[in-house]
Write a protein that binds this ligand. Structure first.
Ligand SMILES: Cc1cc2nc3c(=O)[nH]c(=O)nc-3n(C[C@H](O)[C@H](O)[C@H](O)COP(=O)(O)O)c2cc1C
Length: 309
């Protein structure tokens, strides 16, 4: 039987399929359901120091095989989130990646330390949400100097615990490969690519008005697969030794194989989980096992980075 086990830097995953941040990631019960379905790791919904209400509804719109959303990073705040992380870790061995979102490097450092204290297996910096620009300005992921400061601050805050650090990048920058080099230089253990794309807009043809309350929202799902695959490829080219958690547009095994070939060692699934439910993790694991057997492979390693040969 082939093994699905993989690694993201120092973190060992029993399967390469990871729950992406923002989908079923707020409550312990839904995280446990995803873990029980066989996810290799779960990522929590991004949390900030204080609770946030997010944008008013409508803030998530299904859009032809994906979504456009401007949830606006609603979350219960770090104190409540730490309880969720502790409860999950007390009853489940599946690795938990805690996603955090701050307004300054100091806030990112504080959040990273709090999640490490709560027992998270890794901390993921969400520096790339496109839906809160009116509130927070250009995302850190689009500004190399700011990105360097945020990554350095979080890395320092995690030095004591040794908790691995991931940084989630965005296509909203001049060169995603260059941004990956910046975070690798500050000690990021892996990068996550990509966040939602855009922002975009959907207009109700009847009324002629934007559908989302925020008007603009991040686009996800099948439509962004080629963009995410190209982002993973660019990062692998720029940083051949930096592990990559691909995120964007994956719902079928053939999508996952593209992400592996581009250079990803694991693939996070977001929109397709919203669509198909946690069972997608069981399905993809079975399909990947069959694919490895068909190719006579013992693990996914030979499939990773093939596009660069
Ligand atoms: C409704 C929704 C909420 C999201 N919330 C977050 C979030 O809180 N933090 C984050 O880093 N990404 C968030 N994302 C982005 C996803 O984690 C992922 O990067 C993106 O959707 C692309 O993957 P997909 O095509 O598989 O959905 C959200 C996406 C959706 C659709």
């Amino acid at each position: 039987m082939p093994s699905l086990a993989t690694t993201l830097g120092p973190l060992r995953l029993p399967s390469p399929f990871v729950l992406a941040s923002g989908i079923l990631g707020t409550y312990e019960a839904s995280l446990l359901r995803v873990a029980a379905a066989g996810a290799g790791a779960v990522t929590t919904k991004s949390c900030s120091l204080a609770p946030r209400a997010g944008h008013p509804t409508p803030c998530v719109l299904p859009w032809r095989g994906g979504f456009i959303n401007a949830v606006g990073l609603s979350n219960p705040g770090v104190a409540e989130e730490a309880k969720v992380v502790r409860a999950f870790k007390a009853s489940c061995r599946t690795p938990l990646i805690a996603s955090v979102f701050g307004a300054t490097p100091e806030e990112f450092a504080q959040l990273a330390a709090a999640m490490a204290d709560a027992g998270a297996d890794a901390v993921e910096l969400n520096v790339s949400c496109p839906n809160v620009q009116s509130e927070f300005g250009t995302p850190f992921a689009a500004d190399a100097a700011a990105l360097k400061r945020v990554t350095a601050a979080a890395k320092k805050a995690l030095a004591h615990s040794g908790t691995p650090l991931a940084v989630k990048l965005s296509l909203q920058c001049a060169s995603i490969g260059e941004m990956a080099r910046v975070v690798e230089g500050e000690g990021a253990d892996w990068v996550v690519a990509i966040n939602t794309v855009g922002p975009g807009m959907v207009i109700d043809p009847e009324t002629g008005r934007p559908v989302l309350s925020n008007k603009r929202g991040g686009v996800s799902g099948t439509a962004i697969l080629p963009l995410a695959v190209r982002a993973v490829y660019d990062i692998r080219e720029a940083c051949p030794h930096l592990p990559i958690l691909a995120t964007g547009g994956a719902s079928r095994l053939e999508d996952v194989l593209q992400h592996f070939a581009a250079g990803a060692g694991a693939v996070a699934i977001g929109s397709a989980v919203a669509d198909e439910g946690p069972a997608i993790f069981t399905r993809l694991a079975k399909e990947l096992e069959e694919e490895l057997s068909r190719r006579g492979l013992g693990n996914i390693a030979p499939l990773v980075g093939r596009a660069h040969a």
